[in-house]
Design a protein around this ligand. Structure first.
Ligand code: SAM
Length: 333
C-alpha cells in the first residue's frame, strides 16, 4: 500500500540500526511497533523475535495488523474463500451508492463495477462471520485482502482526501482480491487498536519503535474510505469527498505533540526506544533530542530520503523531493 510515512523503503536501514543496538539475541526480544500503519516494520521483525506487539489507532490499520502480525499459523481454506469472493457478481450497497461511479452521491472513488464488487465481497465476508462459517483469523485475512486489493483500484492520486475527475487506467481495471499473505511463526503476537499514549501503560518489552505522524495530515481523513470499507456501517457522509467523523491524532497538532511525545517516552516500559521522524515534522530534531536525553543515553542516525509522492508538488526550501529521515535512539535509564 502506498501509505503516507510508510517505512517500506527505509526498512533495511531501520532494521540494521535496530539490530546493531541490541545487547540480547533477537530471538529473546519483545518488539513493539506502536504506530504501525501498514505494519511493515513489525512484519520484518516478526520471524526473528520472541513477540511482536503491533498497534495503530485506525481500524483499517488494525485489520492489516491483525492479519499480517496476528495471524501466524496456516489458514487451510483461505484459497477456497478467496476464489468464492472473486467469483461473486457485483451488488449495489453503501460503497456503490456513496463512493462509486453513477452512485447517488457522484463521488468517483471507484468505477461502478468495482464499487459494486466491493459491496458484494464485504457483505459476503460479514455473512460468513455471522454464520460462523469462518473464524476470526480467516475473517481478518479476507478483510485485509479486500482492503489491499481495493486500494490498488481506487481512483485517487494517492490518498482518499480527494478523487479524480475521470477514472484513471489503474482504477478501470477489474477488482481482483489477492491474498494478503502473512509470515508463519511458532510464537504468537499481540495486536491492538488503541491510542498509543493509553496503551503504553499496559505493555512492556525490549524494543519500542515509534513512527507517529510527522505533520498535520490526519490519517483518519486521508484513508477514510479504507475505514468505511473495513467497518461497513452506514453513516451520513459529509461533503464532496464523503468524509465520516474521524479520529484526530494529537501527534498531528503543533500545540499538543510535544507534551504527548514526552509523556510517551516517560511512561514507556522498554529498555531501547527508536523514533522515526523527519526534518519537516512538527517537532525539530533538537527538541526531540532534548526530550529523549532526559530519559537515558541518546544518539541520532540520519539518512536522506525520497519524499512520499503526494508531497512532490509542494514548494519547500531544500532540494526537491528529498527529505532527511531521522532515527532517534534512546537507551532508557
Ligand atoms: C507515519 S504512520 C506509520 C507508518 C508505518 N510505520 C508504516 O511503515 O506503514 C503513523 C501512524 O500512526 C497512527 N496514529 C496516529 N495517532 C496515533 C495515536 N495517538 N495512537 C496510535 N496510532 C496513531 C496513524 O494512524 C498512522 O498509521
Amino acid at each position: 500500500m502506498n501509505y503516507i510515512g510508510s517505512k517500506h523503503k527505509l526498512s533495511p536501514w531501520i532494521n540494521e540500526i535496530i539490530r546493531s543496538q541490541l545487547n540480547q539475541p533477537l530471538c529473546d526480544i519483545v518488539f513493539c511497533d506502536l504506530f504501525a500503519g501498514t505494519g511493515i516494520v513489525g512484519r520484518n521483525f516478526k520471524p526473528f523475535v520472541k513477540k511482536v506487539i503491533s498497534n495503530d489507532v485506525e481500524f483499517y490499520s488494525y485489520v492489516l495488523l491483525r492479519n499480517y502480525i496476528g495471524n501466524h499459523q496456516e489458514i487451510p481454506d483461505k484459497k477456497f474463500y478467496l476464489e468464492k469472493l472473486n467469483a461473486l457478481p457485483g451488488k449495489k450497497g453503501f460503497i456503490a451508492e456513496e463512493y462509486g461511479e453513477n452512485g447517488k452521491a457522484n463521488r468517483l472513488y471507484f468505477s461502478e463495477k468495482n464499487a459494486q464488487k466491493i459491496d458484494a465481497v464485504r457483505q459476503q465476508i460479514e455473512i460468513w462471520k455471522k454464520t460462523k462459517e469462518i473464524n476470526e483469523n480467516l475473517y481478518y485475512f479476507l478483510l485485509a485482502s479486500l482492503l489491499e486489493s481495493a486500494d490498488k483500484i481506487a481512483n485517487t492520486a494517492s490518498v482518499y482526501g480527494a478523487f479524480l475527475k475521470k477514472i484513471k487506467s489503474s482504477a478501470a481495471k477489474e477488482l481482483k482480491i489477492s491474498a494478503a499473505n502473512f509470515s508463519k511463526t511458532i510464537n504468537s503476537h499481540q495486536v491492538f487498536q488503541e491510542d498509543a499514549n493509553l496503551l503504553i501503560h499496559k505493555i512492556k518489552g525490549d524494543v519500542l519503535y515509534l513512527d507517529p505522524p510527522y505533520n498535520a495530515r490526519q490519517y483518519g481523513a486521508n484513508y477514510h474510505l479504507l475505514n468505511t470499507i473495513a467497518e461497513y456501517k452506514k453513516f451520513t457522509p459529509r461533503g464532496k469527498t464523503g468524509l465520516p467523523d474521524y479520529y484526530k491524532s494529537m501527534y498531528c497538532r503543533k500545540n499538543q505533540v510535544v507534551e504527548q511525545f514526552e509523556e510517551l517516552i516517560k511512561n514507556a516500559n522498554f529498555s531501547t526506544i527508536f523514533l522515526s521522524y523527519n526534518n519537516e515534522g512538527l517537532m525539530s530534531a533538537k527538541l526531540i533530542k532534548e526530550i529523549m536525553f532526559k530519559y537515558g543515553k541518546y544518539h541520532l542516525e540520519t539518512k536522506t530520503y525520497q519524499r512520499f509522492k503526494a508531497d512532490k508538488s509542494e514548494n519547500r526550501n531544500h532540494k526537491a523531493n528529498e527529505t532527511i529521515e531521522f532515527l532517534h535512539c534512546l537507551k532508557k535509564n
